[in-house]
Design a binder for this molecule. Structure first.
Ligand SMILES: [Cu+2]
Length: 163
């Protein structure tokens, strides 16, 4: 966790954007590591938002992302996209999202993703908000989701993160 003083914040958006882009944005819980949690800016009054991240499992037992909680939304759901008669539809996942042994799962637009249902406020580009993720085996971990422009299709850090 890196603290940013009010003085540093007063230096302005360019400085803080540079700092956050340069910062490694990853978390660990047991055998799991969580990389680049990100979300998209929402419109004022928008009720739902999406959440994306990559979870890697270095252990020799399968784990599952089961659920989550966040102060910014009434409910955190896990969704997948499926083709239904040529139309992509979102569906709530039951039983969690598998994080395979010695492998990883990517939550991304068009695939598995997190849905923040009943947003309590707007998600603004450049901010971060906390989400506590609960797993079947690994301990719960609180990660910070970086809010990116609404047009984003992937984590903005990925281009220079080296993995
Ligand atoms: Cu969804």
């Amino acid at each position: 966790m890196i603290g940013i003083s009010p003085k540093a914040l007063a230096l302005g958006a360019i400085v803080s954007l540079t700092a956050s882009a340069a910062m490694a944005h990853g978390y660990r819980s047991g055998a799991l590591s969580i990389q680049h949690p990100w979300s998209r800016e929402t419109a004022v009054g928008q009720a739902v938002g999406g959440g994306f991240l990559t979870i890697t499992n270095s252990g020799d037992r399968e784990d599952r992302l089961i659920s989550g909680t966040t102060p910014v939304a009434a409910e955190v759901q896990l969704h997948t996209m499926t083709m239904d008669g040529g139309v992509m539809r979102m569906r709530q996942v039951t039983g969690g999202i598998v994080v395979p042994t010695k492998g990883s799962v990517e939550l991304k637009p068009g695939g598995y993703h997190i849905m923040f249902m009943g947003l309590r406020r707007q998600l603004r580009q450049g901010e971060r908000f906390p989400v506590t993720l609960r797993f079947q085996r690994a301990r719960s971990v609180t990660v910070q989701f970086a809010v990116q422009p609404v047009t984003s299709t992937g984590p903005m850090e990925s281009s220079h993160a080296g993995h």
